[in-house]
Design a binder for this molecule. Structure first.
Ligand code: KFV
Ligand code: CO
Length: 165
């Protein structure tokens, strides 16, 4: 069901300062900057470089997601107040988020935060699973949009069967 790590979500107090650090220290580039009112965040997706450290998991891209809360009374705002800056969640790519939610609900071992998909970064459909049932790890299911960067066949994405050099 889980295909690859799509992104690691990192809670920060200042999105601008965090972007500056990740771009200047690691040479990452910003793929998208969005405000998601429903999730209470201002966030940036920074693309890791697909193909440059290709391993058994394959060449498909993944992201660092930097998250600044829109207010204190939001998931990331509460997280920062309680724990400070740090890793907030892990997002895994799935083929179909609705199907994944149905299978997870049927297994009955993990509480769904979202019973149906929400709007996520880069046009993805997303849903969260409760950290209390997953060893304290807030877990996000991500169904990337069809034209998402980093997906095979999409603009800027890897070409299936292409040589890596
Ligand atoms: N990881 C692990 N534990 C967490 C947590 C996190 N990120 N956030 C809260 N908790 C723990 C917290 O430490 C506490 O545990 C309990 O959950 C309740 O905390 O053992 P403890 O001390 O009781 P509260 O009261 O601060 O939080 P609550 O109101 O219960 O909400 C927690 C939760 C996980 C249900 C809420 O944060 C949530 O619904 N999160 C899902 C939505 C979200 O996080 N959105 C922001 C990212 S948006 C995104 O990634 C996007 C748009 N995208 O495309 O990728
Ligand atoms: Co996320």
């Amino acid at each position: 069901m889980l295909q690859r790590i799509d992104h690691v979500g990192i809670a920060c107090r200042s999105l601008e300062a965090a972007i500056e650090k990740y771009t200047s220290v690691f040479g990452l580039s910003v793929t998208s900057l969005e405000v998601n009112e429903e999730q209470g965040v201002k966030e940036a997706m920074l693309s890791l470089q697909p193909g440059q450290a290709e391993g058994p998991a394959g060449p498909f891209g993944s992201y660092v997601q930097l998250l600044e809360p829109l207010s204190e009374d939001t998931p990331v705002g509460k997280f920062l107040a309680r724990r400070g800056e740090g890793i907030h969640h892990i997002g895994y790519a799935v083929a179909n988020v609705t199907d994944a939610l149905a299978a997870i609900e049927a297994a009955g071992l993990v509480r769904l935060i979202d019973a149906r998909p929400r709007h996520g970064s880069l046009g993805a459909s997303i849903a969260f699973l409760h950290p209390a049932d997953l060893g304290g790890v807030l877990t996000e299911l991500v169904q990337p949009s069809a034209g998402s960067p980093g997906l095979p066949g999409s603009p800027g994405g890897p070409v299936a069967g292409a040589a890596s050099d």
